[in-house]
Design a protein around this ligand. Sequence first.
Ligand code: HEM
Length: 327
Amino acid sequence: MLLIILNIFCAGLHASDLPLTLDYYKSTCPTVLEIVKSEMECAVLSDPRNAALILRLHFHDCFVQGCDGSVLLDDTITLQGEKKAPINFHALKGFRIIDRIKNKLESECPGIVSCADLLTVAARDAVILVGGPYWDVPLGRKDSKTANYDLVSTNLPTANEGLLSIITKFLYQGLSAEDMVALSGAHTIGMARCVNFRGRIYGDFETTATMNPISETYLSKLRSICPAAPATKADNNESALDYVTPNLFDNSYYHILLQGDGLINSDQELYSSVFGLETKQLVQKYAENGIAFFEKFAESMVKMGNIINPDTYVDGEVRKNCRFVNT
Ligand code: HEM
């Protein structure tokens, strides 16, 4: 019931009726897509991890006051940004890649392309460059003149949060449980830090995993990367979210969940939670059918990218520098 009410309540926030269009920059910056693509090619070629960084940045942008580039803002005397909020601090990277793309866009078409659009297109290109699906990106977002430090903790899910709470956070954004399971497939690339998987590897890992020789070796490797006693030094040690194909966007993440070997609690819950009948079936479906996963992921990324705060749309701007509001 709560979920239904939230869904109705949030429908107003999800502004799919706002005028985002595929050809928004057709006359004002016809080369925008090529510029973003070629910069992303360089970034991902030099390090495939960069694809993961940009994809996560886009997610963390959209869940806090809509996709408005708020996550890109630096702290100033008058503005508290989102970068130092606990979930983002030490965890979000890739800002220099965005700066580089923005500089190119500003020299080609000054004052035209918003940072929010730039990030949305860059996230799509990131996925393609590591083997994932293509989708068309509706454009025309505006950049916010504000950020919201507190909303980061309120709106974004964490590794040790329960499944129902995470589903509620997605519903609040106008995204379904099925969107959530498909979008979690983003964890087919990228890394997590020890601080986010310590609870899991000293917690129920041995219960969910089949503990065959591969799982056993994997678990002992994780424990050597991430010692039990909370040691500040080890907190930032990293391990791949998908240990089978860490740099490839495929459906092996779901296979790992079927084996019970998910790295962070929230991922494994999709398959192993007692509240997760629907999510378990979806994990099985995407493990069996990579094409179904790609199709749903692409569709859900468009939905996530279309989360727009109507106020930003009216009051927003096109920032000259993604880190600062225009003066
Ligand atoms: C369903 C709820 C989600 C939770 C609880 C969650 C949580 C996390 C956590 C804890 C990490 C590791 C961060 C670190 O240790 O620094 C992570 C990494 C990542 N997440 Fe999620 N996430 C979720 C959904 C998503 C979605 C929807 C996307 C994008 C569509 C996404 C993309 C990523 C990527 C690409 C990384 C790797 C980043 C890197 O390599 O630095 N996540 N996530």
